[in-house]
Design a protein around this ligand. Structure first.
Ligand code: NAD
Length: 260
C-alpha cells in the first residue's frame, strides 16, 4: 500500500511513535525513526523493522528542541530516500503543575517539542511534497488539543496550537495533493503511562485496576486505554489514497472522552 513512500516519524523510539513507524513499515514505507534511546536499542529497532518488513529503516537523533537539527533530519531523509512523503509529528513530553507554579523553562520546552517542532518539520518537508504532488502530514495532538484539564497548561496550550497549525497547513496545501490531520488520542497505554500506573498505585496505596479506572480513565467512558495499534492503524489509513479528502481534521480516538 505504501511501497515507494518514505516517512519520518518524530519521537518514534517508543510508544505511539514506534507503533506508527511499524505500521507504516508494515505497509511498505521506508521510515526514519527519531527520539532518544541507547545506540544499541535504536540499532535493534532499525534492524528489527528492516528484517520484519523488508523496508529501509534509518535513524535521526535530532533533538526536537533544536530547529537546526530538525532541518538536518529532513535533509538527511530526503538525501537517503529521495523524498519525504509522510511526516508524523509525534514527539511530545508532559509536565504537571499549577499554572502559577509552572516553571517557565518547562513551558518553553513543552512548546518547543510539542508544537514548534511540528511547524519546523512541516516547513522543511513541504517543498519535496509539493514537488511530487503528494504528501501526508499527521500531527499527534491529544484529547487535550480539544478540551482542557487542570495542571497541564503548557501541554494543553501546545496541543490546541497543534490543532490550529493542522487546520492552517491543510488549507495552504489543499490543492497540492497533500493532507494534514491531527489525531487526538485519549489515554494510550504507552510505556510512559504504564510506569505512571505503578507509581500512582504505590503513592495512593491502591491496586493498579483502581488507578486505571478511578484516577486515569475517569473521563474516558469506555474505561479502557486506547491501544497503540489503534492509533497506528488510523495513521496508516490517513496515508492511503482513500483518505485523500480527509484534511484539516481533528480525529478523536479517545473512548468517547470529548463527546461528553
Ligand atoms: P513516549 O514517552 O512513549 O514517547 C515519546 C517519544 O518522544 C520518545 O521516542 C522520546 O524519545 C521522544 N522525545 C522526547 N523528547 C524528545 C526530543 N526533545 N527530541 C526528539 N524526541 C523526543 O510517549 P507517547 O505516550 O508515545 O506519546 C507520543 C505522543 O502522543 C506525544 O505527542 C503525546 O503528547 C501524544 N499523546 C499521548 C497520549 C498517551 O496517553 N500516551 C495521549 C494523547 C496524546
Amino acid at each position: 500500500m505504501l511501497r515507494d513512500k518514505s516517512a519520518i516519524v518524530t519521537g518514534s523510539t517508543s510508544g505511539i511513535g514506534l507503533g506508527i513507524a511499524r505500521a507504516l513499515a508494515r505497509n511498505g514505507a521506508n521510515v526514519m525513526l527519531n527520539g532518544f534511546g541507547t545506540p544499541e536499542a535504536i540499532e535493534a529497532l532499525c534492524t528489527g523493522i528492516q528484517r520484519e518488513f523488508g523496508v529501509r529503516a534509518l535513524y535521526s537523533g535530532a533533538d526536537m528542541r533544536r530547529p537546526a537539527e530538525i532541518d538536518t533530519m529532513v535533509a538527511e531523509a530526503c538525501a537517503a530516500f529521495g523524498t519525504v512523503d509522510i511526516l508524523v509529528n509525534n514527539a511530545g513530553i508532559q509536565y504537571v503543575a499549577p499554572v502559577d507554579e509552572f516553571p517557565v523553562e518547562k513551558w518553553d520546552e513543552i512548546l518547543a517539542i510539542n508544537l514548534t517542532s511540528a511547524f519546523i518539520a512541516t516547513r522543511a518537508v513541504l517543498p519535496t511534497m509539493r514537488a511530487r504532488g503528494w504528501g501526508r502530514i499527521i500531527n499527534i495532538a491529544s484529547a487535550h488539543g480539544l478540551v482542557a484539564s487542570p495542571f497541564k497548561s503548557a501541554y494543553i496550550a501546545a496541543k490546541h496550537g497543534v490543532v490550529g497549525l493542522t487546520k492552517t497547513v491543510a488549507l495552504e496545501t489543499a490543492r497540492n495533493g497533500i493532507t494534514c490531520n491531527a489525531i487526538c488520542p485519549g489515554y494510550v497505554l504507552t510505556p510512559l503511562v504504564e510506569k505512571q500506573i505503578d507509581d500512582q498505585a504505590r503513592t495512593h496505596g491502591i491496586p493498579r485496576e483502581e488507578v486505571v479506572e478511578r484516577v486515569m480513565l475517569e473521563r474516558q467512558p469506555t474505561k479502557r486505554f486506547v491501544q497503540i495499534d489503534e492509533v497506528a492503524e488510523l495513521a496508516a489509513f490517513l496515508c492511503t489514497d482513500a483518505a485523500a479528502s480527509m484534511t484539516g481534521g481533528q480525529l478523536s480516538i479517545d473512548g468517547g472522552w470529548v463527546a461528553q
